[in-house]
Design a protein around this ligand. Structure first.
Ligand SMILES: [Ca+2]
Ligand SMILES: [Ca+2]
Length: 180
């Protein structure tokens, strides 16, 4: 009986410790934001784009030789036809593109007065389907794809206005080696 009481009390104390640790962790995340949120978002998005481009056919890229391109379209490699010695591709065409916010067209002016000039969206769209917005924190020219040899570099800079004249920004890039 004593053992049960002791065990119950110890378990209760353990729960309190776990709870306090969780609270401290959450408080840390909140203290880190929004800068850490911006960094995490940039990394997650770039890694997602890179992961999909890693499976793309080099011959399917549009533009074929992206150089600081604000959009990239491609098809995923689906297999290899030994009979005709050709690589086959998924029929779906995937596109990632910068899309200007209707309220802030690309003209070098912050038309919507949110502190970020020519901000817009980064969108993923599969042909025939609705576009999916990956982030609304990208400005014109801040999503770029560049091909050098068989290496495709994907770069994304996110910018967020905390308040007037206080911008936070984070840039993240990664390179993908294209094999097909
Ligand atoms: Ca703006
Ligand atoms: Ca503008």
């Amino acid at each position: 009986m004593v053992e049960v009481v002791v065990a119950t009390v110890l378990f209760g104390l353990l729960m309190v410790v776990v709870f306090i640790a969780l609270r401290a962790g959450l408080a840390q995340v909140e203290a880190d934001s929004p800068r850490s949120q911006l960094q995490a978002a940039a990394r997650i998005i770039v890694d997602e784009v890179a992961g999909e481009l890693r499976r793309a056919g080099l011959d399917t890229l549009v533009p074929a030789n992206p150089n600081n391109s604000g959009s990239i379209s491609f098809q995923i490699v689906s297999g290899y036809d030994a009979g005709t010695d050709t690589v086959t591709y998924d029929p779906d065409v995937v596109q990632y593109r910068f899309q200007a916010d209707a309220a802030d067209p690309v003209n070098g002016v912050d038309d919507d007065n949110d502190g970020v000039v020519d901000d817009g969206l980064l969108v993923r769209q599969v042909t025939g389907r609705l576009p999916v917005i990956l982030t609304t924190l990208v400005a014109s020219g801040d999503f770029t794809v560049t091909l050098q040899g068989s290496s495709l570099e994907i770069s994304l800079r996110l910018t967020r206005a905390l308040k007037a004249n206080e911008l936070i920004t984070f840039e993240y890039s990664t390179a993908v080696t294209m094999r097909n």
